[in-house]
Design a protein around this ligand. Sequence first.
Ligand SMILES: [Zn+2]
Length: 159
Amino acid sequence: MHEMALVHGVVEAVLEHAESAGASEVTAVFLTVGEGRDVVEEYMQGLFSFLTKGTVAEHARLAVRRSPFKVRFNRCDAVFPIDVFDPSTWGCSRCGTERDYRFHSGMEFTIDRIEIARDAAVKSGAPVARTPKARTRASGADGGACGGPMEAAPLAVAG
Ligand SMILES: [Zn+2]
């Protein structure tokens, strides 16, 4: 459930930005997420709605752009997108080498732009509503209880 951590980070950054910019509302958030990132977009949308509830970003649209996963082939230096799930894309269509490449791009996770609105109706001098910290009161599934019961260290037995 790493989407939770990623989206939580986004929401925090968005709310910080909104507060420092004096936004009355965040209208849209634009993300670039590389195809190499194994994330489920609908899931991110859901988490974003959940984590922004009761904040100025509550009604923001989350726009996710996927950037292709690209590699640079070692022999000819050509950069091509590949599909990690499709072996037929693992070769270079310029020089023909197969699987001899290094990572080029496609692991991005960036906030490109945050669109905000400043409410003209808010009288000057009126305090801007504080943006509550995003809560992580998520389903009990995350957080991952780990480890079993503590075991006592075995006693050294003196010979
Ligand atoms: Zn090549």
